[in-house]
Design a protein around this ligand. Structure first.
Ligand code: CP
Length: 304
């Protein structure tokens, strides 16, 4: 892979290879090899125009564990704040001979624009663009599911919440579809659901009690207020009653249903604290897998 901007066009074997590679990375770290030298001499730039805790930190950790040099570009203190155009910033940074740019931006399609405008051989990795794609999140989510339920053809996965504005939902659906998931259900209030034509392989629900019935994994989504017109804003208490994952609803899911959330979680809005912290929660396991998946992606793209 030269660039990773979406999972949409990535073949199944490529996704499976990255997941296998992530497990190899995990095992290497578990056996005490905290630092590999796969990317010695490589330089990776984190270019985040939107806030991040998990993605930015895990990309940095992943790069450092592989021996690369990492630069965290501070947008607030950069010339972006003085009006520099994005592509001038790109060309300026390219002139410093970077090997990869990890980019997050509120505008969908920005990573592909960077690929089109790049003048050097720099690789571009999408760390989340608007509501369009978050490919490494999609990979770490299917890795987490695969560790517990390896046969995707037998699985029912429900993705619930603000699907319309969610880049995570889109990348999850791309990955789950490629891996042959038995049934993918999308659930949320009508105002927060995308057009059915965008997800031809998914079943659509507005009733979470029905959507969670028998599910093997429930991926809960945050209300992405930063991407909503004010008219879309739901009342949070009413939202939790209709679409929150609490113990009562979890009991309606399949036995041992995996509870997942990309984070950041909003307790009492899309998920009850006792479920987020409960025995079926895989939320922190997702975070841990994020480092291994990003090691796999960086290794695949940049190892000589
Ligand atoms: N899941 C995710 O993208 O989290 P951050 O916004 O903290 O990176």
């Amino acid at each position: 892979i030269r660039h990773l901007t979406t999972l949409e066009n990535l073949p199944r074997e490529c996704i499976e290879r990255l997941l296998d590679r992530a497990i190899t990375m995990r095992d290497a770290c578990a056996h005490g090899t905290r630092k590999l030298d796969l990317l010695n001499g490589r330089t990776i730039l984190n270019l985040f125009f939107e806030p991040s805790t998990r993605t930015r930190t895990s990309f940095e950790l992943a790069a450092r564990r592989l021996g690369a040099d990492v630069i965290n570009f501070d947008i607030g203190f950069s010339s972006t704040s003085k009006g520099e155009e994005l592509f001038d910033t790109l060309h300026t940074l390219e002139a410093m001979h970077l090997d990869a740019i990890v980019v997050r931006h509120k505008v969908s399609g920005t990573p592909d624009e960077l690929v089109r405008h790049a003048m050097s051989g720099v690789s571009v990795i999408n760390a989340g663009d608007g509501n369009r794609a978050h490919p490494t999140q999609g990979l770490l989510d299917v890795l987490t599911i695969r560790q517990h339920r390896p046969d995707f053809s037998k699985l029912t996965v429900v993705i619930c919440g603000d699907v319309k504005h969610s880049r995570v939902a889109r990348s999850d659906v791309h990955a789950l579809t490629k891996l042959g998931t038995g049934e993918i259900r999308l659930c949320g209030p009508a105002a927060l659901m995308p057009e059915a034509s965008e997800f031809p392989h998914c079943k659509f629900y507005n009733d979470f009690d029905k959507a969670i019935e028998g599910a093997d994994a429930a991926i809960m989504l945050r209300l992405q207020k930063e991407r909503m017109a004010s008219i879309d804003l739901p009342d949070e208490a009413a939202y939790f009653r209709e679409y929150g994952l609490d113990s009562r609803r979890l009991a309606m899911a399949g036995r041992g249903c995996l509870v997942m959330h990309p984070g950041p979680i909003n307790r009492g809005i899309e998920i009850a604290p006792e479920v987020a912290d409960g025995p079926q929660s895989r939320i922190l396991e997702q975070v841990g897998n994020g480092v291994f998946v990003r090691m796999a992606v960086l290794g695949e793209m940049l190892a000589r």
